[in-house]
Design a protein around this ligand. Structure first.
Ligand code: ATP
Ligand code: MG
Length: 553
């Protein structure tokens, strides 16, 4: 696979079709069911469908597969549209809904009945399951299978009029009750549901099945390449059967690719919904969630997700991608994009005894060491500073390079500082350091001077207080969905730690959703909703290197 140019078997196939004149340009669609928020797995499908159209001068439709009113909601419709736009894609034409086609679908159903290819069945769900047989046993015909066309039409029309209760009748395709493919054993095409629909209101009380709706919606929209995940491979014969037997305006084809699975997370809307409903997380956009809304709130830029999708490529073999690969793409992206800043997450007061009382020095520092075009920021330096509690030790372990009583350390972008004395509280905890700076060391070590440790700091009088949320993985298990395991038991109990931090004042200008690298700490983002208001909230996107499973140093 040619990762560089993003080529894969599907892009190759579409390109060949265009070159052979099978179609003038590709028309694809992204067809989510609005029964939950999009997750990272969907991003793969979004990048694929919209990407192919974009790269090959084609079109991509945004279509909601909204055939199950009981589980769907306008909230999900809105969030899905927002997420697709956020990923950087736009669709051709207006937003489409399979429910826009309910009348056409109904007419196709009557066409099948007229052709003797569909019938009204009176079996209930349980009976139908038994009649369907098994992989080793052929199915049995239900009595409805031999009903006359006229009787079928009449019953179907009465179903539409609302004459029958839910579960009394279904419309089924008349294919082959002995087919080795269970999907071909007279699949259900319509069910009675006396439910209000988020798009069509109370207009319908019969709803088409996914398998019936999908190929016909594709045909009505002139989709050339209907791309879906591998679990639909066994549904393709039914897709082709419907397109082949009905007078559709186009003959779309279905192609499958492997879904994206990631370690340490879930990509099932049903389970994600459970996490929200049981309040394991704060909502669909909780920064620990693998939803696109959550990943966004966490501070991952859309460009990093697109790069990730490019990197993993598109194949037909199912596999599980290591979450470290995702993190790698995020770090690589932010390393380039995120300006640097100093922040102290666990503040410890430092008084510089040899610094004049009311003097502030403004240090000019590059925002990004490799990108001078991003300009400089001003870092005020004054008599009282804060450093991190973790950067001083009275019993330093072997190899310790940071501060010890009587020792020296460099304050990043500023002076070499010596710790002259340590102030403890009654419990023996360090509460303050009395230090002095060597004024000859600004920005560089004088000849022969060896100072190994470099630590971050902020000026007490100028720092911005912020609540910083240190997120970690939501699941501690490699595979939270492992067989025979309850995914709720795999929750990492330490997935969120909140600290009251102090940030360098240049960060006051940060816009919501802008990310920064706190030197030595990791990548952080100004919260999308709570950065500019009463409290300043920042989220940790991720650490500087992969510390998962390793001792934190
Ligand atoms: P879930 O299992 O989470 O409910 P779904 O497949 O039912 O997901 P849909 O809303 O039907 O969700 O998905 C919309 C599109 O996204 C489909 O074409 C589907 O194949 C694709 N998709 C869903 N999950 C993944 C995944 N993990 N990797 C790649 N594509 C996916
Ligand atoms: Mg689905």
């Amino acid at each position: 696979m040619d990762v560089e140019s993003g080529k894969d078997f599907l892009r190759q196939l579409v390109k060949d079709d265009v070159e052979k004149g099978v179609c003038a340009f590709p028309v694809t669609r992204f067809p989510p069911e609005p029964n939950g928020y999009l997750h990272i797995g969907h991003a793969k499908s979004v990048c694929l469908n919209f990407g192919i159209a974009e790269e090959m001068g084609g079109r991509c439709h945004m279509r909601f597969d909204d055939t199950n009113p009981a589980k769907e909601d306008q909230e999900y419709v809105d969030s899905i549209l927002e997420d697709v736009r956020w990923l950087g894609f736009s669709w051709t034409g207006s937003v489409r809904y399979a429910s826009d086609y309910f009348e056409s679908l109904y007419q196709y159903a009557e066409e099948l009945i007229q052709k003797g290819l569909a019938y009204i069945c009176d079996l209930n769900a349980e009976e139908m399951r038994i009649f369907r047989g098994s992989l080793t046993q052929p199915g049995r015909d239900s009595s409805g299978r031999s009903r006359s066309v006229d009787e079928n039409i009449s019953l179907f029309r009465r179903m539409r009029c609302g004459e029958f209760a839910e579960g009394t009748y279904t419309l089924r395709a008349r294919i082959d009750m002995a087919s080795p493919n269970m999907n071909m054993r007279d699949p259900v095409l319509y069910r009675i549901r006396h439910a209000e629909h988020h798009q069509t209101g109370k207009r319908w009380c019969i709803y088409p099945s996914y398998d019936f709706t999908h190929p016909l919606s594709d045909a009505l929209e002139g989709i050339t390449h209907s791309i879906c995940t591998l679990e639909f491979e066994d549904h393709r014969p039914l897709y082709d059967w419907l397109i082949g037997n009905l007078s559709t305006p186009a003959n779309p084809h279905q192609y499958e690719f492997a879904r994206l699975n990631l370690t340490c997370t879930l990509t099932s809307k049903r389970k994600l919904k459970q996490l929200v409903e049981q309040k394991v997380v704060e909502g669909w956009d909780d920064p620990r969630m693998p939803t696109l809304a959550g990943i966004r709130r966490r501070g991952v830029p859309p460009g990093a997700i697109r790069n990730f999708c490019k990197m993993i490529g598109v194949t037909r073999s199912d596999s599980v991608v290591d979450m470290a690969a995702f993190d790698y793409c995020v770090r690589q992206y932010l390393e380039q994009e995120a300006p640097r800043a100093l922040a102290v997450l666990h503040p410890l007061k430092v008084v510089l005894t040899n610094w004049p009382e009311n003097e502030t020095q403004q240090l000019q520092v590059l925002r990004h060491p490799q990108r001078p075009e991003l300009g400089e920021r001003s870092m005020p330096f004054s008599k009282v500073l804060y450093i991190d509690q973790g950067d001083i030790s009275e019993q330093p372990p072997k190899g310790w390079k940071r501060l010890i009583p009587g020792g020296e350390v460099r304050l990043r972008h500023a002076y070499v500082m010596r710790c002259d004395s340590v102030v403890h509280d009654t419990d023996g905890k360090i509460v303050e350091l009395q230090c002095s700076v060597d004024l000859a060391t600004l920005g560089a070590n004088p000849e022969g001077r060896k100072v190994k440790g470099v630590i971050q700091w902020v000026s007490a009088a100028h720092a911005i207080p912020a609540e910083v949320r240190l997120y970690d993985r939501l699941f501690s298990a490699e595979n939270p969905e492992a067989e025979g395991q309850d995914f709720l038991q795999a929750i990492n109990p330490d997935s969120l730690q909140i600290v009251q931090a102090l940030l360098e004042p240049a960060l006051a200008d940060l816009e919501p959703e802008q990310s920064v690298q706190f030197e030595r700490e990791g990548y952080f983002v100004a919260d999308r909703y709570e950065w500019k208001g009463a409290r300043r909230l920042m989220n940790r996107v991720l650490g500087l290197r992969d510390s998962w499973g390793k001792e934190k140093s």
